[in-house]
Write a protein that binds this ligand. Structure first.
Ligand code: GLA
Length: 706
């Protein structure tokens, strides 16, 4: 709810308020649990001994913290002192076409500022998602004067705290190790979480949580390009958080009358991590995702066959995939072009290689007979230099005219800032989808930016223009093919962000399919993103990335908590293993609704050795938990999120590597406060099989006194 007064505006959230006070042309913005505890600001002084909590900041005031805006003009003047002009309620805001955004912007606040020299107008927007304790914010900058201006930094959201001592959680990693939970403290100085490699990256996800004991704030960005968050504690013991596009290489020229709108930032507020997790999940499910949460079980050919995806191999895999209960067969890399036998050629040539895997008719009728839908892997933003595409349209690739480009994975990125390239891709992919009629498309992106050049973008701001092109491509195809399920991918989870999720509901979480590594990856990912967005496949042991052995049961337990699928070479699986997979796909189908749509609660012991993740229904009568011990000992596992007074019956998913475990029915209070000790008795076979040193169980809780 938003209430506007003459000199005060309040956005009410669930238990928190965002309070805007107006004084002497400045807007003070504070987030608080208790409005009465806010000290009134009675006068504004330009004084380096005071750091005011402001809604915006720019160069020119006595405020030497990191600023939201850096603008200069052709004379290199940087001083822009913005003065409040008015605030309005915005009803039913119309979003920019072809750019990711939160849906349902029913009610918002617009604050308008104009700088002292009346050259630039700044509009700041806040939209209230009260139910999800989330605010969406962005700014719009308009050049009012004849002379051009250049925006060197435009952050989407600023939040100032009037104290210090905040902790920071970021989601960091690298290929096959994405989004590990990383904790830091902010001391005097600036903490930066950012990406400069052209995408949101596996190195530092855009999400960042800033908290003290009472207040947890999760910031995120609805954007897939270079991002940046800054958290600064200054000499006056205040803390400022900024989130937005990375200002590295940013130079947005605005001529008279032109405007620039930043990507949207989200701010989710709660009193602890579990609250944040659920508010964030609900916000994303209700306002970011395009489709529902229930997707088919896919079999993906990558780890099973890599490029050796010939007709005999894929048909064998398809036979086995259907026999264990998969619903879609996804042809990963290798099905297209003249002869894609490795990474060096054909990328960009999006037509079926019927010599390798059969004609379209053969594929379709084979899959139909097996009751399988068809999925295709594509990587449309790229090309190999050894491809028909590059030979025909060399200017489509992003590279300097007279420099040897850096190749990563033997490929170049296409210049998506060029409208012609987007039109070409829309046409090519439309033809491909019309022709092949896939039910499922895995959309990959496998290299980072190095040779950033385009004659279509003058000055800086290339990355933003690239993403404008990509989003037009993605939204056009999503509109044209509303029934296709798209799965995002970027060398695994290198572009796991709210921009991609606005079009593609599911993202291949990581190429890291080792069960233990997956615990860390999924633990971090699910602190921000709902389980239904994570694509989790059971793969083979020893794992292809870590070369470590793990039990099939541990691999299943971890894959269950998301969109479960298969990546395992089923032709190498034993009869027993196939049986176990079949039984557990059916177990997953029975529990999927609860897993994907329940509220999520996590418990960790103080040494981070034991973790329990639960999905719990609204009534708290049904729950399903994954418990993992990272050192194979379950001294005590507790379960968060239950109803204290309810008595629960615990049924363990039966695992071939452990003896049957039974517990008496226990109250929610007992389970949350005392927890249980699970036997660590493994059968001999498990000891040999399990080189990763974890133990895991899936337990279903059912209320017996509803
Ligand atoms: C990336 C993806 C993999 C697979 C390969 C194919 O690495 O993350 O899942 O699709 O590309 O080349």
């Amino acid at each position: 709810m938003i209430k506007i007064n003459n000199d005060k505006t309040i956005i009410s959230l669930n238990g928190f308020s965002y309070v805007f006070d107006l004084l002497q042309g400045r807007v003070f913005a504070r987030l608080t649990k208790d409005i009465n505890s806010l000290k009134p600001i009675t006068e504004v002084k330009e004084d380096m001994h005071i750091s005011y909590p402001l809604s915006i900041s720019s160069f020119g005031h006595i405020d030497f913290r990191e600023r939201m805006l850096h603008i200069n003009d052709e004379n290199q003047y940087y001083t822009y002192r913005f003065i409040f002009k008015g605030w309005d309620i915005i009803n039913n805001f119309v979003d920019k076409e072809y750019f990711p955004h939160s849906n349902h912007k029913n009610k918002g606040l617009k604050i308008t500022f104009i700088d002292e020299s009346e050259s630039v107008c700044l509009e700041q927007y806040y939209f209230d998602y009260e139910k999800d304790n989330t605010i969406v914010s962005f700014i719009k900058i308009t050049n009012l004067k004849e002379k051009a201006i250049s925006i060197k930094r435009a952050m989407s959201l600023q939040l100032d705290f009037e104290d210090l001592g905040y902790h920071i959680t970021t989601f960091t990693g690298k290929w096959a190790h994405e989004r590990h939970i990383t904790k830091n403290d902010v001391n005097y100085g600036v903490f930066k979480n950012s990406s400069t490699c052209g995408c949101s990256s596996s190195f530092n996800n855009p999400a960042i949580m800033v908290n003290n004991d009472q207040l947890y704030c999760l910031f995120n960005l609805i954007y897939s390009g270079n991002h940046m968050s800054l958290v600064e504690t200054d000499h006056n013991d205040t803390t400022r958080v900024l989130i937005g596009m990375n200002d590295f290489m940013e130079d947005i020229k605005l001529e008279k009358g032109e405007s620039f709108v930043t990507p949207e930032a989200t701010l989710t507020i709660g009193e602890n991590e579990n609250e944040i997790r659920n508010y964030s999940h609900h916000f994303i499910k209700d306002n970011i995702l395009r489709k529902g949460t229930d997707f088919p079980i896919i079999f993906n050919s990558w780890e099973a066959a890599y490029f050796a995806l010939d007709k005999t191999k894929w048909q064998k895999l398809a036979n086995l995939a259907t026999s264990v209960g998969a619903e879609v067969y996804v042809f990963d890399d290798g099905w297209y072009g003249e002869n894609r036998i490795d990474e060096t050629s054909c990328l960009g040539d999006w037509y079926l290689n019927s010599n390798k895997i059969g004609t379209k008719e053969e594929i379709k009728s084979y899959l139909k007979a097996k009751n399988l839908k068809m999925g295709l892997w594509i990587e449309p933003e790229m090309c190999n230099m050894n491809s028909q595409l590059f030979k025909k349209y060399p200017e489509f690739a992003m590279k300097f005219p007279n420099l040897e480009p850096v190749l990563m994975r033997y490929q170049l990125i296409l210049d998506l800032a060029n409208k012609e390239v987007i039109d070409y891709l829309i046409e090519t992919l439309t033809n491909l989808f019309k022709d092949m009629e896939p039910d499922y498309v895995k959309w990959d992106y496998n290299r980072l930016f190095t040779d950033v050049f385009s004659k279509h973008v003058l000055g800086g701001n290339y990355v933003y223009k690239f993403y404008e092109g990509l989003y037009r491509l993605m939204s056009t195809l999503c509109q044209r093919f509303p029934d296709i399920i798209f799965e995002g991918c970027a060398s695994g989870g290198s572009r796991f962000d709210l921009g991609i999720l606005n079009y593609f509901n599911v993202i291949w979480t990581s190429d890291g399919t080792d069960a233990k590594e997956r615990v860390f990856i999924q633990d971090g990912t699910s602190m921000v993103y709902p389980l239904c967005t994570e694509s989790n496949h059971i793969s083979i042991s020893p794992n292809h990335q870590t070369n470590k052995r793990s039990s099939l049961e541990d691999r299943i337990n971890v894959a269950l908590f998301g969109q479960m699928g298969l990546e395992i070479d089923l032709t190498k699986a034993s009869k027993n293993d196939l049986n176990t997979i079949r039984k557990n796909i059916s177990y997953y189908q029975r529990n999927k609704d609860l897993i994907l749509n329940g509220d999520n609660y996590v418990y960790r012991d103080e040494n981070n050795n034991v973790i329990s993740w639960g999905s719990i229904n609204k009534e708290k009568t049904e729950a399903i938990y994954l418990v993992v011990s990272l050192n194979k000992e379950f001294k005590q596992v507790k379960f968060n999120g239950l109803n204290k007074a309810t008595i629960y019956h615990l049924s363990f998913r039966s695992q071939t590597n452990i003896d049957k475990e039974t517990f008496p029915d226990l109250s929610g209070e007992y389970l949350m406060e005392k927890g249980i000790t699970i036997s660590t008795l493994f059968q001999e076979s498990d000891k040999e099989e399990n080189e990763i040193g974890i133990a895991s169980r899936t337990i279903r809780f059912t209320a017996v006194n509803k």
